[in-house]
Design a protein around this ligand. Structure first.
Ligand code: 5GP
Ligand code: ZN
Length: 114
């Protein structure tokens, strides 16, 4: 997707503070962090939102979720706890239409969200 911000980070057309990469997944620091760790974990392939997922994407989504847990474990807050969020479309405040899993950790997080 030529004009997608996160595709541009995948393609190194704009800089990202990358914390993990493999063939299908990229993880990078959120530019406006809401917690000591605020990492965005994305598929390299452009998928707009959870609404566009197909059964063949199940493995990829599992990889995003397991990567979040792995980063939390590496950083020492997996046992204490962390939050993972996929915002979908307008009412949830999705501003970048390329699936991204927010990983928030390193502090106590309140619930419910606004
Ligand atoms: P959403 O609101 O779509 O769930 O989350 C989008 C996230 O992308 C926000 O937390 C925002 O701070 C982050 N973001 C927006 N633009 C950029 C950027 O250029 N680089 C990085 N690393 N994060 C961005
Ligand atoms: Zn994209």
């Amino acid at each position: 997707m030529a004009d997608c911000l996160f595709c541009k980070i995948v393609n190194r057309e704009i800089p990202g503070s990358i914390v993990y990469e493999d063939d299908g997944v990229l993880a990078f620091n959120d530019i406006n962090p809401q917690a000591p760790t605020h990492v965005l974990i994305i598929p390299k392939r452009h998928i707009e939102s959870l609404n566009a997922l197909e059964p063949d994407d199940d493995r990829l989504v599992g990889e995003l979720v397991r990567r979040a847990a792995a980063i939390a474990k590496e950083r020492g807050f997996a046992a204490g706890g962390f939050r993972t969020v996929f915002n979908t479309n307008r009412d949830a405040g999705q501003t970048v239409l390329h699936i991204h899993l927010h990983l928030l950790g390193g502090r106590s997080l309140s619930w419910p969200p606004g």
